[in-house]
Write a protein that binds this ligand. Structure first.
Ligand code: NAG
Ligand code: NAG
Ligand code: NAG
Ligand code: NAG
Length: 218
């Protein structure tokens, strides 16, 4: 009886706190560790995501605004990798994000350089911004990784809050589409087992359990 009850507890906990949960943002930012460009691409792909790509479109302003808010919300000012159109290995940070957006909207984005150029350095004269004093910046080989999460279907979100009251009577599943990278996917005996594994992993933000397949999301 005991294992059954504790499994119920985990599920109820996951389901009950869900309404108080903030939806994950579209951008997954790994602000802690710098990687090479190629390793960042590989990192995102490993978890079913894609490396940040800032290319002009009707959505670019909201995309950059969302990215800016994401970075501010976690106080991340590090240089990050992105691609633009067919260009790869470009770096920027929160301070140069406005210049990146301007360059994309005006078409100067075609001049965005590769790994040796900070966007600021490259665009300062074109955009009449103050130019950095050093004219030959060191090549950048390491920057942080920003991945774009895909929408995942029927996810039960996991939230950490101390205020939720555990009450089995109001227990209900509230599956919904949610942004997520995929940590792992495997056959699981029950939804409870699936949720239990997610509960024990810090990086897990939600699960789906569909046709006996458990997916864990980040
Ligand atoms: C970035 O996105 C644009 C538009 O969707 C696409 O054409 C381009 O190939 C992408 N670049 C990379 C490096 O994936
Ligand atoms: C990249 O795209 C630009 C136009 O946006 C084009 O002029 C250039 O030839 C392309 N480069 C490659 C390697 O495809
Ligand atoms: C990013 O957010 C900060 C703080 O809200 C704001 O001052 C800045 O203009 C924003 N930059 C862009 C490119 O949206
Ligand atoms: C950027 O995209 C918008 C909307 O798709 C378009 O109107 C604008 O001409 C594009 N700018 C450039 C420089 O391609």
């Amino acid at each position: 009886m005991r294992p059954y009850l504790s499994a119920c507890f985990l599920i109820a906990y996951v389901a009950l706190v869900e309404s108080a949960c903030q939806q994950p943002r579209q951008f997954y930012v790994d602000c802690g560790g710098a990687r090479s460009y190629q390793n960042s691409v590989t990192f995102c792909a490993k978890y079913g995501m894609t490396l940040l790509n800032l290319t002009n479109s009707s959505a670019i302003v909201s995309q950059v605004t969302d990215l800016n808010q994401t970075l501010y919300s976690i106080n991340c000012n590090s240089l990050f990798w992105f691609s633009s159109g067919n260009k790869t290995g470009i770096v920027a940070n929160t301070a140069s994000l406005a210049a990146v957006l301007t360059s994309l909207l005006t078409g100067i984005g075609d001049l965005l350089g590769g790994v040796v150029n900070l966007v600021d350095t490259l665009l300062c004269t074109l955009l009449f911004l103050p130019c950095p004093t050093t004219t030959t910046p060191a090549p950048i080989t390491q920057a942080i990784t920003i991945c774009v999460r895909k929408i995942q279907q029927r996810v039960i979100q996991k939230c950490l809050t101390q205020t939720a009251r555990i009450d089995m009577k109001t227990f209900q599943f509230n599956e919904q589409p949610m942004y997520g990278g995929v940590i792992d996917t495997f056959a699981s005996r029950s939804r409870m087992t699936c949720s239990g594994i997610c509960s024990s992993m810090d990086e897990c933000i939600g699960v789906s359990y569909i046709n006996g397949i458990c997916s864990l999301y980040m």
